[in-house]
Design a protein around this ligand. Structure first.
Ligand SMILES: [Zn+2]
Length: 66
């Protein structure tokens, strides 16, 4: 499973919904990530590669930014 870095303390978390270090609620971030991944897979199945690529880019940005 992919790691998600906490927006509060930057600790890496492999499991939700709370940050292992500061206990921030990460459930929104996790569900957003899951939604994005599901959409990207859906786009791939439909061979809509442009859209899939956009979702993957958003996921990458979230990992750094949020
Ligand atoms: Zn944290």
């Amino acid at each position: 499973m992919e790691k998600l870095s906490c927006p509060v303390c930057k600790a890496e978390n492999a499991q939700g919904p709370f940050c292992r270090r500061c206990k921030a609620d990460l459930s929104l971030l996790f569900s957003l990530r899951q939604q994005l991944r599901a959409r990207a897979v859906e786009a791939l199945v439909k061979r809509d590669f442009g859209r899939a690529w956009r979702y993957y880019r958003v996921m990458k940005q979230n990992r750094r930014g949020l």
